[in-house]
Design a protein around this ligand. Structure first.
Ligand SMILES: [Zn+2]
Length: 155
C-alpha cells in the first residue's frame, strides 16, 4: 500500500493553484485508485504489453487492457531541473525536479521527485511513490528517494 497524505499535510508539496488532472472516462479509475493508495498501470492480456498513462486500448495491439497494481517502487530513468517557470504556482517551487520514473513493473511515469536536494537526484536513483489526495477521491502521485530519510525543504 502506498502512503496517502492530505494536501494540507506538512509533508505535502505546495499545491496551491496547481492545475488538477483532467479526469476522463479512461483515467478516472486510475485517479480514484491513487487516492486509496493503489498505483495502477495497464496490462494487455492479449499481447502482454504494459503501459502508462491510462489509454482506452493497448498501444501495441489495440486490445482491451486490464488494470495492474504497481509496487510503488521505481528508479529515475531520466530527469531535468526546472529553474525557470514563471507560471504560478510553479515559480514559487523553483528549482524543482521533473522526472521520468521507471516503475519496477516496467512502465514509465512523468512526475516530480520531492523531498530531495536537487543536486542529489541522479539517473538510476531508487525512488518510492506517495500520493497526495488533492480532492476527495482524487490522488496525485509524487515520488521521493526510497530507503532513507526524506530531506525536508526540497520541493
Ligand atoms: Zn496488446
Amino acid at each position: 500500500m502506498i502512503e496517502v497524505i492530505g494536501r494540507d499535510d506538512p509533508g505535502a508539496p505546495p499545491l496551491e493553484g496547481r492545475p488538477l488532472p483532467d479526469v476522463d472516462n479512461v483515467s478516472a479509475v486510475y485517479w480514484a485508485a491513487a487516492a486509496s493508495g493503489e498505483l495502477l498501470f495497464q496490462e494487455c492480456p492479449s499481447c502482454g504489453h504494459r503501459q502508462f498513462y491510462p489509454r482506452a486500448m493497448c498501444a501495441a495491439c489495440g486490445g482491451t487492457t486490464d488494470w495492474r497494481q504497481a509496487s510503488g517502487r521505481g528508479t529515475v530513468h531520466t530527469y531535468t531541473v526546472i529553474r525557470q517557470n514563471w507560471a504560478m504556482p510553479f515559480r514559487e517551487l523553483q528549482p524543482y525536479v521533473v522526472a521520468m520514473i521507471e516503475l519496477e513493473e516496467g512502465p514509465r511515469m512523468m512526475t516530480n521527485v520531492t523531498d530531495v536536494e536537487i543536486d542529489h537526484v541522479h539517473i538510476g536513483m531508487p525512488v518510492e511513490c506517495y500520493v497526495v489526495e488533492v480532492e476527495p477521491g482524487l490522488g496525485l502521485p509524487f515520488w521521493r528517494p526510497a530507503g532513507r530519510e526524506r530531506e525536508p525543504g526540497g520541493m
